[in-house]
Design a protein around this ligand. Sequence first.
Ligand SMILES: NC(=O)c1ccc[n+]([C@@H]2O[C@H](COP(=O)([O-])OP(=O)(O)OC[C@H]3O[C@@H](n4cnc5c(N)ncnc54)[C@H](OP(=O)(O)O)[C@@H]3O)[C@@H](O)[C@H]2O)c1
Length: 286
Amino acid sequence: MTIAITTANGQLGSAVVSAVVARVGTSNVVALARTPEKAQHLGVEVRPGDYDDREQLTSSLQGIDTVLLISGISAPSERIEQHRNVIEAAVASGVRKIVFTGIQGAETSTAFSPIVQVSIDTEELIKSSGLQWAIGRNGIYIEPDVEYAATYAQHGEIANSAADGRCAYTTRPELAEAYAALVTTDTHNGRTVNLSGPTLSQSELAKYIGALVGVTLTYRPMSDADYLVDRTSELGDFFGPVIAGIYQGIREGANDTTSDFAAVVGRPHTSWDEYFANVEIAPPVD
Ligand SMILES: NC(=O)c1ccc[n+]([C@@H]2O[C@H](COP(=O)([O-])OP(=O)(O)OC[C@H]3O[C@@H](n4cnc5c(N)ncnc54)[C@H](OP(=O)(O)O)[C@@H]3O)[C@@H](O)[C@H]2O)c1
């Protein structure tokens, strides 16, 4: 049984490759990468995997039993075509099963919703592809907040538009464990599972991050309009509104979800107490 992982040199992709290798060994894993030289260090066979090149994907998926489609990072209109390319290439090359990394979040009404819609549309393409399938819906990564810890400390606060909304965050290593289970077993075929940890409010997150950097961080709620201006000036016209939309969705309850992680992996999610007791922090980013 040969398993292919797309975007294998990315942060999630490389973590999944390691987790799958731990289960089935290097000879049963193929890394697909748009830039193959960036994936050589993974220690498995590397094949080209550009989401914009269906012919190349069809060739690279020859002999593959199961493919993990890790969601792309392009704008929504391009991203759905990229996902379609992978799904149709999988069908054309005789792949048996496809697993997809979807996303949790507000399906309508926020600037993040077009990305959630692409995820849902991809799920529908997969379900009607004729392939066997399993779908994960990822929580929001906690790592960017940890990477920003020293910067939050300089500001003395976390400020955004999530207010009291609760968010099911996740970590890339735990996602990797869950996807390794989904691609190497058929237990969850035909199911859509939420992959995320216990929910956190922004005030709870501020306490954890503050403890990491040894300061008292406050949480300051902002209006959607103010946060949109803030994020757009920092991140630009595409990612700024996307991030503002994520926090609006959190406030509106779209990320207050329960997880299927334990059912998929066979152990509970690492508690946030334990995670924050062991995580390392980076220097300030500005
Ligand atoms: N849950 C969350 O909070 C959250 C946050 C951010 C993103 N995401 C989603 O999760 C995915 C994985 O996250 P990550 O942290 O692993 O991202 P990452 O480290 O930035 O990796 C992105 C990967 O996508 C590849 N890529 C970009 N365009 C491609 C194309 N046209 N064809 C094939 N590969 C392409 C990149 O390849 P190159 O090295 O060649 O550029 C890279 O390997 C993201 O793509 C995004 O959909 C989720």
